[in-house]
Ligand binder design. Sequence first.
Ligand code: FEO
Length: 166
Amino acid sequence: MFSKKMEKSLNQQVNAELYSSYLYLSMSAYFSEINLAGCAHWMRLQAQEELLHGLKIYDYINERGGRALLASIEAPPQKWDSPVAVFENVLAHEQKVTGMINKLVDQAISEKDHATNNFLQWFVAEQVEEEASANEALQKMRLAAKEGGLFILDQELARRVLTPAA
Ligand code: FEO
């Protein structure tokens, strides 16, 4: 068993992960509307990942004998000023989620809840990846917005393979 306080905090995190899913799906809809199918695809997959994050915590709550309680999910924004602004929002959002996960870990440590601390370490590692991939996408969007030709050339150079000497 875990504490009621921990159960409540984990339920709040389920809600936060589902909100993330909703946010990225809204971003996907925005990109579909402006005919950027690649960005819409990236966001849709991101939305699916967030749903899986929420389910992972939901399953853990059940496993520990708690009760997953699904609260209402806040409506996400529907419009952004530019594609770059969307990716800025993604990075800022992931940084916020990292802060939430860190707080949960702090709570697990202060409650000496080793199992929850261990469970949360997956999310600690995942947030490193989440922030890195959001930042990478943002930097590419910024480059493409400013220097479209340079962006395409860089992609071409990235495809170079080593040719063994004859
Ligand atoms: Fe579930 Fe993107 O963090």
